[in-house]
Design a protein around this ligand. Structure first.
Ligand code: MN
Length: 244
């Protein structure tokens, strides 16, 4: 059984490598990849710097997935966003302000602006260091959901229910309460068109590109692994800021 499973995984891995052409990256140390320094908050936008190396989240999130997710998927959102903004003569505006008023922009800005915003946030909410929830956020989770375990179950149930591609969020809503919800595609709870609204505290990418190379179709395994690399310090910081 195990050998069959390993061969299947190898096959999927090799197929993915062939499909991705030059992206045979698994044996190259992450440090050789140049990380783009963060630049301003205005167009043209650039990839934000990752706070860790591609391999740092292993074994929970593998280096190959991180490499492709960050340097290909996220880069593509940035490039397509810049192109769409240039075509529409949009200049001198913060990404968050574009996102909050997304109904005023064409679909390419919604998809790629959301993609850039969501991934920039997603990376900051991951860490190779084991951090447990603490402080006011941990207290609020207990008050709102009963316990951390009950919160985790509800959050995972929400993530499992995402049909197709999307994101699962923990937000502070308009009543200053914690709330769990999903958005489709690259939408997020700050967007004026979103039916689920709030200020993000946790963000979970539930697109298959976030986990398929390692976890294949088993989304629940990805969720369990993601839980082990959540940056609760950053989540606490976002929570405190959202409660002000
Ligand atoms: Mn993604």
């Amino acid at each position: 059984m195990e050998n069959t499973e390993n061969s299947r995984r190898d096959f999927i891995k090799k197929t993915a490598l062939v499909t991705l052409g030059t992206l045979a990256v698994s044996n190259i140390p992450a440090s050789v990849f140049k990380m783009v320094e963060p630049t301003g908050d205005f167009p043209p936008f650039e990839l934000p710097k990752l706070g860790f190396e591609y391999s740092a989240l292993e074994p929970h999130i593998d280096a190959q997935t991180m490499t492709i997710h960050y340097s290909k998927h996220h880069q593509a959102y940035v490039d397509k966003l810049n192109k769409a903004l240039a075509e529409n003569n949009v200049m001198g505006i913060k990404l968050v302000d574009i996102v909050k008023n997304i109904s005023k922009y064409p679909a390419a800005v919604r998809n790629n602006g959301g993609g850039h915003y969501n991934h920039s946030l997603f990376w900051t909410l991951l860490t190779p260091n084991t951090i447990v929830p603490s402080g006011t956020l941990a207290e609020a989770i207990k008050t709102s959901f009963g316990s951390l375990d009950e919160f985790k179950t509800k959050f995972f149930d929400s993530a499992k229910a995402v049909f197709g591609s999307g994101w699962t969020w923990l937000v502070v809503n308009a009543d200053k309460k914690l709330e769990i919800g999903n958005t489709p595609n690259q939408d997020n709870p700050l967007m004026d068109i979103s039916t689920f609204k709030g200020t993000p505290v946790l963000a979970l990418d539930v697109w298959e590109h976030a986990y398929y190379l390692k976890h294949q179709n088993i989304r629940a395994d990805y969720l369990a692994d993601w839980w082990k690399v959540v940056n609760w310090s950053k989540a606490e910081e976002l929570y405190v800021s959202a409660m002000k």
